[in-house]
Design a protein around this ligand. Sequence first.
Ligand code: NAI
Length: 331
Amino acid sequence: MTPVVMIPGDGIGPEVMAATRHILAAAGARVHWIEAVAGLAAMEQHGEPLPDATLDLIRKHRVALKGPCTTPIGKGFRSINVRLRKDLQLYASVRPVQSLPGIKVPYQNVSLIVVRENTEGLYAGLEHYVVPGVVESLRLVTREAAERIVRYAFELGRNQGRRKITVVHKADVLPMSDGMFLAAAQRVADDYPFLEFEELPIDRVALELALEPARFDVLVMENLFGDVMSDLCAGLVGGLGLVPGANIGARYALFEAVHGSAPDIAGKGLANPIALVRSAAMMLEYIGQREPARRIEASVRATLQAGQGLTRDLGGDGNTTTITERLIANL
Ligand code: NAI
């Protein structure tokens, strides 16, 4: 049994987490869950959205699976997700984006991975009032973090048998920060002559993703660009309810669905668990449990293909229970 810290989260979080645990158990995953709190649940119990006890548990066990958390806006709390990524140095956000059967979208041949730098850029959170009514936000870029994330992307490309790494930037307008990011990428690329290296400005990437997404393989970029592009890419294959995500660092790894806590459907049993289930499958791969991970991914595809018991966001008339039953039956 591998210990994994489990944070159910808020809104639909506990519903999709319960479904995910059932499916993992049915797939034969050998996981010992250690529950921790974050988000509104933590506010109620500890008076803060990300208690030290939760961070300590992740530091101890190193791997976590997290449901979406609601960040109280305008109450002086920093985003829980941004804090988790910074405090645990989860520097690489990894989002595999693949076309799925049975999902009606314009393209059926998408197979790419978005790798996003998770600790710097505008999301470093360095902003201050210059004078009342004027705020300055600093976009932090360091050579070290740039090299680290690009190297991560190349290593991922190598390990997963990918052919091309595209570095996404805006170096023409931001010659110092993005110029340095790009130069770092070019240096790293020299160590991987067997992988094709491409560099493109972010606006061009946005255009080409809309026109011909299959031309991309692994995309790597800084934080804000990655935040926007990874959601755009999720949309290409059917939306946030389907796409898994991982935040990886040198010591710790946190896996989570990329959608939010969906307060509009919370508590109604309507949530689609697939994004969290697939994030959990990524987690199983990470901890070396390849067989249950493979079974889960195959079951997701078979379930979507058959189209029975699907939740409303997928065009079905089912609910969390019916889709979970189908996912277990198709394992
Ligand atoms: P959201 O992703 O929660 O919801 C957007 C729309 O997608 C809603 O209509 C919702 O019903 C639907 N949706 C999302 N996930 C679904 C699922 N699994 N099954 C079926 N439908 C689904 O985004 P929103 O409304 O912007 O954010 C709500 C809250 O979530 C906010 O407090 C935000 O801070 C938080 N959030 C947390 C994240 C995290 O913890 N990783 C990520 C994004 C948002």
